[in-house]
Design a protein around this ligand. Sequence first.
Ligand code: C5P
Length: 350
Amino acid sequence: MRYTRASVPEDQRYLASTAVIMSELIKTLVCMIVLYMMPAAHQRSLSRLATLLQREVVVNWRESSKLALPAFLYLIQNNLQYVAATNLDAATFQVTYQLKILTTAFFSVVILKRSLNRLKWCSLALLTFGIGLVVLPKDASLAAIAYFTGETEPEIVSDVPSTSVGNQSNMEGFMAVLMACVLSGLAGVYFEKILKAPVKQPNAGDEESKAMMKDEDNDSLRSPQGHSPQEDTTAAQSQLWIRNIQMSFFSVLLGLIFVVLMQDGATIAEKGFFVNYTCLTWVVILIQAFGGLIVALVVKYADNILKGFATSISIILSSLVSVWLFNFVLSGSFVLGAIFVIYATYLYGL
Ligand code: C5P
């Protein structure tokens, strides 16, 4: 994302607002494909899918309107990420963005009434600190050591990449990333609350939903409500994809109104929606779309706090792969940070 934004002059940059909308549309498409494939092969049909979507998004508008808030929060968060990635160097952005681990824990306690004992809070603080060290670039950590020991090492300090790319405004970038942390925690936890609410079963006459869940071999195992265990599981599974479609619906709607039209309307009218798109822009859009779907799966089957641990460990693993693939050199701060992250994970599991 940073490469596609900061390495080109401002007048040749693609519009972040349209990229966010395209990610949402791709997510919706993937969710629709999954929902389409969910019933047995002989029961799949586009009209069945269309009826299901119409019911879930339009008829069932009370349920789907609950997704407007997280959609709105994520929309701002996604746009702020582009602001931050444009104005801060990638490492500073990554380090400060880890504060979202703590904002997520805070909102999990306040909104989901989850109780975290002192050990868990300590492990979360250690995780944040550890992952901050892990993503700190080697040059920056050496510069920090030189600063605190009073040594001036011009070679090292001048190497810090933050000064090397144009298009930057550190203050704006910092404010954006801090806001993004708060929104990440709030939106994630609110989405989790909706996703984990008990699944509403379809009404007797609701043929499409029943077809999505039908399993005639399971009659002997039906629950008191008349649903087989497989029906209950499939209903829960399809909810995840329906929720994502509902949320994307609002993201696209709000994004088109507030960001695309109000912010970039004039540019789009003059140069087009896909102005300055390149292959790499599409790669960023796909990563955002699939990343978003993976986040939804993690939130559904684990929780937002565990997502923080998962992403931290993934950063370490991908750095280790970079040693082999790109000759990435591990710094002392990386190894120390990795030890903190692993220890924090162990502590959290106690
Ligand atoms: O940085 P953080 O982990 O909060 O980012 C979560 C990302 O996942 C956001 O970009 C958000 O748009 C995306 N997301 C999604 N669909 C969901 C939940 C989150 O695309 N259902």
